[in-house]
Design a protein around this ligand. Structure first.
Ligand code: 13P
Ligand code: SF4
Length: 361
């Protein structure tokens, strides 16, 4: 390959790379307040015109969460996102979150158009569980009931007997264990170990992990608790066992928010993605929330406690998708109908559990 020198002495090919990089930086530069207002106004108009509703996860940007709330959409955990999208009368669901959330919406609402700000937002758990390898594993243990986390591809869900989210995983496995079932669990090993510990179920665990939660460190957490002795520790069950052992509350994102609202503590140390702080501060404005430490005593490198794929969701990308109809999620009808059964099982189980808790069954 030949490279020409330009007047600055820089190789032309290098200059192209720098230009391309700058173009990308310019594209992702933060929007001014005026641009944000214009973008939001345009999105609101398009949502109305397209009979669309915005469903956002707690880990997405605060701008997207506020937009979902302002437009009658939903900000919630993965279970409620799935339920709300299915029950909504909108013909288009715009899902701000990661790929598996868009796919789940597609499976549960085959007649709706599902758009996402980006289709590139994946999840380390989904990546860690390729459908072909998982199917081989299940085939090798045919006497096991297959329970998979919602953070998986449609193809993995299609191979499962049950799909669960973190808010209902313990209840479902408890129910299966009571029937003497042996269980294959995938893909999150920390959540799997936590469920196994809580239920005593006979479980084979897949070896995936969440790159965000795996970084929370027990040693740092103990030091932090010494500084804030009255703070309660709230942790998502994707965190390592050493962190969960010292947590006061372990739960899904919604369960974490509920605990923060209900507990009397004024301070909380939170071991989950920091995107949740927007909702936590909204729901309990008089309380103080601190992010759990992501570095141990000897570590020098801290993670940011923010999912890089959730962070790919932006106002501009959302606007682009609504304007052009791009980033439409699709799951083949054959795959969707196979993945629907284990998802429906979870939704039915969750509805029955709610009735039981409310004393109506
Ligand atoms: P929730 O189901 O608690 O919202 O969690 C989803 C997730 O991706 C956590 O990392
Ligand atoms: Fe997946 Fe972790 Fe991101 Fe949740 S926070 S979407 S589990 S990578």
């Amino acid at each position: 390959m030949t490279a020409m020198t330009d007047t600055s002495g820089m190789l032309a090919s290098d200059t192209d790379i720098v230009r391309a990089h700058l173009a990308r930086v310019t594209l992702s530069a933060p929007l001014s307040d005026l641009e944000i207002a214009e973008c939001k106004a345009r999105i609101k108009t398009l949502l109305r015109e397209r009979n669309a509703i915005l469903v956002a996860h707690y880990y997405t940007d605060a701008l997207l969460q506020s937009l979902a709330a302002e437009t009658g959409g939903l900000v919630s955990d993965s279970l409620e996102m799935a339920r709300f999208g299915r029950d909504s009368s909108a013909s288009t669901l715009v899902v701000a979150g990661v790929r598996f959330m868009g796919e789940t919406a597609c499976i549960l609402s085959p007649d709706k158009t599902v758009l996402m700000p980006t289709l590139e937002a994946t999840c380390s758990l989904d990546v860690a569980c390729p459908a072909d390898r998982f199917a081989e594993f299940c085939d090798a243990h045919p006497d096991h009931t297959v329970v998979v986390y919602a953070n998986t591809s449609a193809a993995v869900k299609a191979r499962a007997d049950w799909v669960v989210t973190s808010s209902i995983a313990v209840d479902v496995v408890e129910h299966l264990a009571a029937q003497g079932k042996k269980i294959i669990w995938a893909p999150d090993r920390h959540l799997g170990a936590y469920i196994k510990g809580r239920t005593g179920a006979d479980m084979l665990l897949w070896e995936g992990a969440c790159i965000v939660h795996e970084e929370f460190k027990a040693k740092g957490l103990i030091d932090m608790r010494a500084l804030y002795p009255h703070a309660a520790i709230l942790a998502h069950p994707e965190s390592p066992a050493s962190v969960l052992e010292i947590a006061d509350v372990i739960g899904s994102t919604t369960q974490i928010i509920k605990a923060a609202m209900q507990m009397p503590n004024s301070h909380f140390i939170v071991a989950t993605d920091k995107g949740i702080f927007y909702k936590l501060q909204q729901m309990a404005p008089q309380k103080t929330f601190l992010i759990a430490p992501t570095a141990g005593h000897d570590a020098t490198c801290r993670s940011c406690a923010h999912c890089p794929w959730m962070a790919m969701n932006s106002l501009e990308r959302l606007l682009h998708s609504l304007e052009t109809g791009s980033n439409r999620v699709s799951v083949s009808s054959e795959l969707a109908s196979r993945a629907m059964a284990p998802l429906q099982r979870m939704l039915d189980f969750s509805a029955a559990l709610k009735l039981k808790v409310n004393g109506k069954a």
